[in-house]
Write a protein that binds this ligand. Structure first.
Ligand SMILES: [Zn+2]
Length: 450
């Protein structure tokens, strides 16, 4: 039986309709799931992935023991094991597709495959989808070398292992959302697997609320600068949406929404969930879609108009990334498990889990969120529509100064409007719906009501 914070909230509401206390209700079930994420289990998964020798996108697809084909079959067989404890709700497949030779990183027409597990939502009337991914393919120094050993322990065995760990833990529970766990392929050759999936989602009009890409999340020592830090993780999110209509751009400029794209709102949500549920891990919000001039598997999702972010370790080690296995002047090169920090990987997997579980149990985001602008006043009035009467217990108005990285205040209300003593000239706002266990929807940034 879960303890019910309802009474606590009621007490607050008895004294005042608007409470200034921050509501941080810990859901014991999420806490329990987080204890089920094990560094040892993640390590075993990474070592198993490495055992396929290479997982290069264009490597052997027929062998049972070596190459991308064998790795795909193994990931699928693991998903099938998890399915046994899912009450028939977890199904898996390898989604094959053909990529034409591109004169760049695909030499000949090739059949690629994303390994996917779908944890069906419990409510057939709820079409919301969450996606978590890592990329299964690996590489060495020459991106076209499909024969040499390319262990890809951290890049991206780490992301795949985290995704699989969550599939195992989450498939034992039920959520209204549908959650897609994906080991994409073709990342190193040009984000082919993720692009295929993003375009499919766009074509079929999937209601993707959030996409979490995990790529290199298990190394805590930087090359060259020798920084060792396993207490911070980067979450990359685009500043302005890749896909933005002229009207949306106009509205963004009008409302100074330059730091509140849907992906940025998701990144802050991750930071809040991580602060709440994961010890000794701080989310470092990086205000760009990906590393300088680079992209990742979330990028095609952003380009197709979806809300998507990338988790990535704080400091990268270029001796162990995209390198042939070798020793030069006593320095060992190559992406091997021995260079990884599995406790760090556990914490980042837990951060993904706290985010996904909170979202997957959350009510729908409020709609028509607006801010009144007809009068000059030092109060701000926000109003919105309930999207989900079934689960919504109330709403949180989030408040921060324009220069703050994350929300600084949350005001809880049960109504669908709030007048608060914070001037819209000095603060930014958003509104999210929450249920009685504190699971919050993604916040919605308001538009002016005239
Ligand atoms: Zn990668």
């Amino acid at each position: 039986m879960k303890p019910n914070p309802f009474c606590y909230l009621l007490t607050l509401l008895f004294f005042t309709q608007i409470s200034f206390a921050q509501i941080t209700v810990d859901d014991p079930e999420i806490k329990k799931m987080i204890t089920e994420v094990k560094a040892e289990s993640l390590e075993n998964t990474v070592k198993k992935l490495v055992s396929f020798g290479t997982r290069h996108t264009l490597s052997d697809t027929k062998s049972k023991t070596r190459g991308i084909g064998a790795a795909q079959q193994w990931v699928k067989s693991e998903f099938e094991k998890y399915a046994l404890e899912s009450n028939g709700r977890l199904t898996s497949k390898i989604d094959y597709f053909t990529i034409k030779a591109d004169g760049r990183r695909i030499a000949v027409d090739s059949q690629l495959g994303n390994v996917m597990a779908t944890l069906k939502g419990t409510d057939s009337g709820d079409d919301r989808v969450l996606i978590i991914s890592g990329h299964l393919d690996s590489r060495v120094t020459d991106v076209m070398d499909a024969k040499s050993d390319a262990p890809g322990a951290n890049d991206d065995g780490s992301g795949v292992a985290a995704m699989m760990e969550l599939a195992k833990i989450m498939s034992k529970r039920s959520f209204p959302y549908t959650i897609l766990f994906v080991a994409v392929t073709g990342e190193e050759q040009g984000l082919y697997g993720a692009r295929h999936l993003a375009e499919l989602a766009k074509q079929e009009n999937w209601n993707i609320v959030a996409m979490l890409n995990n790529d290199m999340i298990g190394n805590s020592l930087s090359s060259g600068t020798n920084l060792r830090d396993n207490t911070k993780v980067r979450v990359f999110s685009e500043a302005t949406p890749y896909l933005e209509t002229e009207d949306e751009a106009k509205m963004r400029k009008l409302t100074n929404r330059d730091n509140d794209s849907p992906s940025r709102l998701l990144a802050r949500y991750i930071k809040t969930a991580t602060d709440q549920y994961v010890d000794q891990l701080e989310v470092n919000l990086v205000y760009r879609n990906d590393r300088f001039l680079r992209g990742g598997d979330h990028t095609p999702f952003s380009q197709n108009g979806f809300t998507a972010v990338r988790f990535c370790e704080m400091n990268e080690n270029y001796n162990h990334q995209h390198q042939d296995l070798r020793t030069e002047n006593t320095v060992k090169y190559g992406d091997l498990p021995e260079f990884m920090d599995f406790e760090y990987l556990r914490k980042i997997a837990a951060s993904n889990l706290a985010t996904l579980a909170n979202l997957a149990w959350a009510p729908k985001s409020p709609t028509n969120v607006g801010i009144e602008v007809k009068d000059l006043t030092n109060f701000s009035t926000l109003a919105w529509k309930a999207a989900d009467n079934k689960k919504t217990y109330g709403y949180q108005v989030l408040i921060r100064e324009t220069s703050a990285t994350n929300w600084e205040k949350m005001i809880f209300v049960t109504d669908t409007n709030a007048t608060i003593p914070y001037s819209k000239d000095n603060f930014l706002f958003a509104v999210q719906a929450i249920d009685e266990l504190g699971h919050a929807s993604l916040p919605v940034f308001p538009v002016p009501i005239r």
